[in-house]
Each structure stands twice: as C-alpha cells, then as structure tokens.
Design a protein around this ligand. Structure first.
Ligand code: AVJ
Length: 320
C-alpha cells in the first residue's frame, strides 16, 4: 500500500536523534547508570520482544491472551457500543484483534507506539480488516503528554501487557492521574497487570534458557552503536535480571564484564567491572495494591479477571 493511499491516519511525534543522544548521555552520566526501557523498542528490539512473548518461561502474554479470550464477552460489555479504543504500546496488534472480534460497533481505534514500523503495520492490518472503522496511528512516547484527537464517543484506554509495571509507583500514579483528567467521567481503562508470585517463576521469565531476553536487553547497546555511533563491544557486557522482593519488581540491567571505556560520539563513558546500566523495572502487584493506586489516580474498579493459574490480571476501571 502506498503512503498516500493509507487507510489510516498517521500522527508522528517520534522523538528525534538529538533527543535520543541527550537522553542517553544524561542516563549514562549518573551514579547508577540507567537507560529508559522505551529505548529497548527499536525495530530489532520490537521483533525480539515478540519472540519473548512466545517463550515457554515468559507467562504474561499467554496468561493475558487467555483472559482476553475467555472473558471477551464480559470485557466487550464493559467497553460498550460505539466506543473509541485507544491502545498504548500496540506492538503487533494481536490483543486488540481479539477484542475487536467481539466488540459491538466500535467507532475508532487509536494506536500509540514508539516503534513506527510496528505501529504502521498493525494500523494498516486493522484498517484493512475493518472498513469503516476510523484508525489513527500515533507515533509517540506515551509516557510524555501528547494531544489526543477529539472524538465524540466514549473512550476506553487499552493498556495491555503489564507495561504499566514499567513505571515506579509515583510515576504510575501521575500517569493514571493525567489520563483520568484527559478522559471524561465514565470513560474506561482496560489494563493488564502482572501479579506477585514465586520469585523462581519470575526469575525464569526474565532469564530464559535460550537467551532471547539477554539478546533483547543487549540490543540496546547495539542500537546505540547503530544510531549514535557508539562503540560498545557487546561481548564485554552481559544480561542481568533479578527479582527485587522488597520493591516487588524485576530489575533488568546490563552488566560490564570488565573495566572499560566506551565512547558515544566524542564522549567517553567509563565502566568498572560489575557496574551496571539499569534498563528496566517490571513491578508486580496484588489486585488490591493496584486498585489502591488506581483509586488515588481517579479510577474505580468495575471488574477484574485472572487466568486459571492466577498469574496475571486484567482490570476494567472507570473514570470517577
Ligand atoms: C513489555 C514491559 C511488559 O516487563 O515483562 C520482557 C518487557 N522485559 N522481558 C515486561 C520485558 C524483559 C515486558 N513489558
């Protein structure tokens, strides 16, 4: 399909290369080096993440899909007729398809994703399958405020995958508060939240035996080499992920195997052996701890579903 014949509208707020360079240098100059997890999702990273979702150890995607499939009718009833669905981090668009197959007469689908290639593919696919549906693809970092197209319809924010767990609790609360203000009273939030469980199960999910998660994490360095001309040698670093029980979160880091200096442009960055770059947090909740946080942000729980093994939860909430 040629771009001038698109069946969907594209709004492009993609961050620029200067933004990337500044953000990376800022993160790597800190005492505890860190890079934001959204940087994991370039085209290669998005492909690797799709691969993660099929790993036997990585339960969240399967558990959430089970819930969406099992309870599609209930969920569709919560969303209601003639609603506009706004999906954050749409990825491959697989989950929203499941919903759309059961939704009575939706008026619009807006997909927000930082990965433009993935975003365009899924918008195009969905627009093709649903002629008459208004499809808007918004390439943006949804952790930052951005303008939502106006629509005279009930809006439901769809935030699957437990991506919400990437925020620390204060960030999560600010994020939900901002959305409760952007939406209207009675609008909805359909959100996937990963549950607390044995640390063994969690550890395996983020340290898979085939090393796909390691490749996903280390691709971040390869990306900085590709896009910023950095000279990271990947074999001098390793994937490191563990469950921080006190904080109820998986932490993912990239650990330096030796003392070394890397340059980004002309800027030298020093690493001690064992020093890490913190690349992701993935918080785990109880149903109660999530509802508490949501309530403080202007959302009331309407319904919650879990999978048969009790690993994962999907919540429907309404703006107060
Ligand atoms: C897409 C953010 C939900 O935290 O489980 C998977 C990303 N990181 N394996 C998660 C991820 C390592 C994932 N989220």
């Amino acid at each position: 399909m040629r771009t001038d014949q698109r069946a969907y509208e594209l709004l492009d707020f993609q961050p620029t290369i200067t933004d990337l360079r500044m953000e990376v240098l800022d993160g790597l100059r800190r005492q505890q080096k860190r890079l934001d997890c959204k940087l994991l999702y370039d085209e290669r990273g998005s492909t690797l993440f799709e691969e993660i979702t099929t790993l036997p150890e990585y339960y969240p995607t399967r558990a959430e899909m089970e819930i969406l499939r099992q309870h599609a009718k209930d969920i569709a009833a919560c969303i209601g007729e003639k609603s506009a669905l706004i999906e954050l981090g749409s990825g491959s668009g697989k989950k929203v398809r499941l919903l759309f197959s059961k939704l009575p007469d939706p008026v619009a689908y807006m997909a927000v994703d930082i990965s433009k290639e993935f975003l365009q593919m899924s918008a195009e696919g969905l627009a093709g399958e649903h002629p008459g549906l208004k499809v808007v693809a918004i390439c943006a970092d949804y952790t930052q405020p951005f303008e939502l197209p106006h629509l005279p319809a009930k809006k439901v924010l769809f935030f699957p995958g437990s991506t919400f767990g990437n925020f620390d609790p204060p960030q999560g609360q600010r994020f939900l508060s901002r959305w409760s203000r952007m939406l209207a009273k009675g609008d909805g939030l359909l959100i996937g939240i990963d549950l607390k469980k044995s640390s063994d199960v969690l550890h395996s999910a983020y340290n898979d035996s085939t090393g796909v998660t390691a490749a996903f994490n280390l691709n971040l360095l390869a990306r900085l080499n590709r896009e910023l001309g950095a000279d990271f040698q990947l074999h001098r670093f390793e994937h490191y992920a563990f469950y921080n029980e006190f904080e109820s979160r998986i932490e993912m880091h990239i650990r330096s195997r030796e003392d070394q200096v890397v340059t980004i442009g002309n800027v030298p960055i020093h690493f001690h052996v064992g020093e890490t770059i913190h690349t992701e947090n993935s918080y785990k909740f109880s149903v109660h701890s999530f509802h508490d946080l949501a309530k403080k942000s202007g959302f009331s729980s309407v319904q919650v579903w879990t999978d048969s093994a009790g690993l994962f939860s999907v919540h429907y909430l309404e703006v107060d």
